[in-house]
Design a binder for this molecule. Sequence first.
Ligand SMILES: Cc1cc2nc3c(=O)[nH]c(=O)nc-3n(C[C@H](O)[C@H](O)[C@H](O)COP(=O)(O)OP(=O)(O)OC[C@H]3O[C@@H](n4cnc5c(N)ncnc54)[C@H](O)[C@@H]3O)c2cc1C
Length: 433
Amino acid sequence: MSSNIPDTDKKRIVIVGGGFAGLALIRTLRRSGMQVVLVDKHNYHMFKPLLYQVASSALNVGDIAFPFRKMFHGWNDFYFRMAYIERVDATAKRLYTTVGDIRYDYLVISTGCVPNFFGIENIKRTALAMSNITDALNIRNRVLRNFEIAVTASSDAERISRLNVVIVGGGASGVEIAGALSEMRRYVMPRDYPRLDMSHMSIYLIEGLGRLLSSMSEQTSAEALKTLKSKGVKVMLNRKVTDYVDGCAIFDDGESIPTQNLIWTSGIRCSAVPGLEQQTKERGGRIGVDAFNRVKEYDDVFAIGDIAAMHDDAEYPNGHPQLARVGISQGKRLGKNLLAGLKGRPMKPFRYCNYGVMATVGRNRAFVEWKKIRFGGFAAWVVWSTIHIMFLLGIQGKLKVFWGWVWNYFGHDQPIRLIIGSYERQKKEDGLA
Ligand SMILES: Cc1cc2nc3c(=O)[nH]c(=O)nc-3n(C[C@H](O)[C@H](O)[C@H](O)COP(=O)(O)OP(=O)(O)OC[C@H]3O[C@@H](n4cnc5c(N)ncnc54)[C@H](O)[C@@H]3O)c2cc1C
C-alpha cells in the first residue's frame, strides 16, 4: 500500500495525532516551506473537554468535532492521511502506518492518551469510557436505551439496574458527567418518562482517594462534594471498584451495586508507539523528551502533548499535567523552534505558563483555580463557559455551542436524546442482516 504523498525537495514533517498539541503545531507551519503530513486515526479533531456534554445529550457531535480536511482548505503542500500508526523506524526515518509507510525528515508524536482499565478485563469489556466521540455516543446511547428498557422492565430490581449509573473516577471528567446526568434526571427524564419512578435511578460517583478533584485545592474538593450531594449524587470516597460481574459493579470489600451503566473515568495511559519502546518507559507510558520536546536519543523525532514527559521544566520536575493548554503551548513552541532551526537560529526550551484549572458541576456552577486565586459558583461557571467557547474552533462552532447552552440553560433541556446504534445492530434489528 502507498501513502501516496509526492516526494519533493522540501523538508517533510510528519505529525501523528491532530489533537490539541498536533493542531497547534501545524498552525505554526503554514508558511514554513515544509511539506506537512498529518496522520490521525480519526478524520476530525475533537474538543475533549466537552465530551461529557455529548454523552449527556446536551451537545451534538458536530459541535465539538471538526474535520481536518476542512480546517486545511487552501493550504499548499499539506496532506492528511487517516491511518493508525503501526511502527516507527527512527534509523531509516520511516513511519509505518495502516495506509503504507511514510518517509520523514521530522516526526512528531502527539497521539495523546487512552483510558486505563488497570488490567481489569470485565471492566475493559463492558464499562463505558469517555475518551473520544465514539465513547461519548456510547454513553448517550446506553443510558437512553436503558431508560427505554426500564419502561417495560418486569421487576423493580431490573428497573433499578437499568437506571442506576455508576461513575468510577472523581476527577474533573467524573464530576462533570455526574453533574450533567443528575440534572438530566431532575429536569429532563421526568418529562420524557412521566410513569417511571425516578427514585429508582441513583447516580453514584466512586473515588479511590479521600476527595474529589484531587488536582485542585481541598476547599474546591469540599465544595464540589457538597454541590454534587445537593444534586442527589451519591458520592463514595476512599472506595475502589475492582470488577464488574453479572451486571454489578463490585467493590474491593465485596459490596456491589447493580447497574447497566458503568462509566469509567478513572485513569489514563498513553497510546503505545511501537518502535519507540525504549523511550516510552516513563510513568503512564509517556515518552521521555528533553526541554525542546526532542525524544531522547533522536534529533528529528519529537513528542508533544499528553504523551510527552519532560522533566527539565523546573516547576514540573515530574512532567507537566496532561491538560489541553500544555499540549497547545508545546505545539506552538515546537513549531517556533523548528522554524528557528530552519533559519539556523537557536531553539528555546519549553516553559509552561500555568493557566490554571477549572471544573464544572452542572449547569451554573464551576470552580476556577489560577495561581493563588480561587473561586466557585456562578461567576466561575461564566469564566468556564467563556474560556471553553474561546477555545472551540471556528466562529460557527462557537455560536452553535453558545446558542445550545443558552437554550439548555433556560429550557432546562438536554435536547439531543437520540439513540443511534451501530449500523450492524440496526440491520440485525430490522431483520436485514
Ligand atoms: C473527557 C475529557 C475531558 C477533559 N477535559 C479537559 C479540560 O477541561 N481541560 C483541559 O485542559 N484538559 C482536559 N482534558 C485533557 C485534554 O483533552 C488533553 O490533555 C489533550 O487532549 C491532550 O492533547 P494531545 O494533543 O496530546 O492529545 P489528544 O487531544 O488526545 O489527541 C490525540 C490525537 O491522536 C490521534 N491518535 C491517537 N492514537 C493514534 C494512533 N495510534 N494512530 C493515529 N492517530 C492516533 C487521536 O485520534 C487524536 O486526534 C480532558 C480529557 C478528557 C478525555
